[in-house]
Design a protein around this ligand. Structure first.
Ligand code: AMP
Length: 415
């Protein structure tokens, strides 16, 4: 199947060709015809599947007809990075048409966003908080919206945006098309979907599991040896762009500094950085100024940097969902990638949960010529006190911010 099959406006088809897409991805094949028919869609797809174009193309098709210079499509995304990425793709695909879009998010001045809105446009791509701000100031009229997209809806629920989303939905015409995308379906996300979708068709890309093009490996290591293992690994491995995940902002910042000191072109990407600093880090990673990004989960959401060769989970994520999202950043759009996860003896349960979703055991590896001391990477879960009775373990701190099911568990934080 090729893109001609969808009978899209020739100006849009020309842009698809110019960007270099030849074959629609599976989610595009399934979703585009249904969205063009005007149906509500529930898209179960993780990032990296081509879902952005799956909703943008039929929306653009709709907007090439009918009135201009009024907000007819509203796309809501959880993070500025994702909003910006959707905006770039929207601009790219609509270049030959009269359709205009804007990205709206906090942390930057309202001025340019408002002045773009005043000139009149058709697509608003927004994070919930700033959108409500601008609506309250009278700068956005949502009463003519024909299509609503909620992208990464599960993440939005997870981040506490549910009340904002409900407020926004009340401002939209009841008669509209709604497209709902999520990688996972925790209960709150399912409830939201059920309450806003009207007789939806569901399109699902495979099982909700990490991208198949990624090979996974586990590197057992005690916490105190993590940094030296990483350095040795980077020296021994032929890597392209490397995205390293840490559990805290502090650890991301320190790791990026240490890598820089050792001569790597590395930057941090974490929530304490300003929007400008974050964008600089992402742009630098995309254009080759940096080879390595040390990032936290939330800050890295929606990064679209093609050709990431390695994702390294320096700290294993809290949940299976977070693992899937992190790994979604390598192996995007049929490219291959490797996912290395550093695991300590306390991580056995989450590893088993991840393996359940992957449907297979993750290969355990030992880095050759690395001095593990008295730790045995071949038997990681039998080193020291992993089998000790629960009451003798160090106290675990509950993570109250996350509410999704499936593999969530309390974790010890080590700095
Ligand atoms: P997404 O899942 O929307 O974040 O897209 C993941 C990546 O796939 C992005 O870099 C897109 O530019 C790319 N992409 C989307 N559709 C196609 C396609 N039909 N052919 C090749 N690459 C695509």
């Amino acid at each position: 199947m090729n893109f001609e099959h969808f009978l899209l406006d020739q100006r849009i088809v020309a842009r698809i060709k110019a960007i270099g897409y030849t074959t629609p991805t599976p989610i595009q094949q399934q979703a585009i015809p249904r969205v063009l028919e005007g149906r509500d869609v529930m898209g179960l797809a993780q990032t990296g599947t081509g879902k952005t174009a799956a909703f943008l193309l039929p929306i653009l098709q709709r907007l090439t007809k009918g009135p201009l210079r009024r907000v007819r499509a509203l796309i809501i995304a959880p993070t500025r990075e994702l909003a910006e990425q959707i905006y770039q793709m929207s601009r790219d695909l609509s270049k030959n048409t009269k359709v205009r879009s804007v990205s709206i998010y906090g942390g930057v001045s309202k001025f340019s966003q408002v002045s773009r809105l005043r000139k009149g446009l058709e697509i608003v791509i927004a994070c919930p908080g700033r959108l409500l701000d601008l609506v309250n100031d009278g700068n956005i009229d949502l009463s003519k919206v024909e299509v609503l997209v909620l992208d990464e809806a599960d993440r939005m629920c997870d981040m506490g945006f549910l009340p904002d989303i409900r407020r926004i939905i009340k401002l939209l015409p009841a008669q509209r098309q709604t497209l709902f995308f999520a990688a996972t379906m925790p209960r709150d996300t399912r409830k939201l979907a059920d309450s806003i979708l009207n007789n939806p068709v569901t399109v699902q890309i495979g099982k909700i599991a990490p991208a198949k093009t990624v090979s996974h490996a586990l590197y057992p290591v005690p916490a105190k040896l993590k940094k030296s293992l990483l350095m040795a690994m980077l020296q021994q491995t032929a890597t392209g762009r490397v995205l390293i995940f840490t559990r805290t902002k502090y650890r991301a910042r320190n790791l990026a500094r240490d890598l820089e000191k050792r001569g790597y072109r590395a930057a941090a990407l974490q929530g304490n950085m300003s929007q400008n600093q974050r964008q600089r880090a992402i742009n630098g990673f995309r254009n080759g100024k940096y080879d390595i990004l040390a990032a936290t989960d939330v800050a890295s959401r929606g990064i679209d940097v093609s050709e990431i060769s390695h994702v390294i989970n320096y700290d294993i994520p809290d949940t299976v969902d977070a693992y899937t999202h992190r790994i979604g950043r390598t192996g995007r759009a049929q490219r291959t990638g490797e996912a290395f996860t550093f695991a300590g003896e306390e991580d056995e349960q989450i590893i088993r949960d991840i393996e359940k979703i992957l449907g297979k055991r993750i290969e355990m590896r030992r880095l050759p010529d690395f001095n593990y001391g008295d730790f045995s990477p071949e038997n990681p879960f039998q080193n020291g006190h992993a089998k000790a009775p629960r009451k003798t373990r160090s106290p675990r701190k509950r993570n109250h911010n996350r509410s999704n099911g499936g593999g969530n568990r309390s974790r010890r934080r080590s700095h």
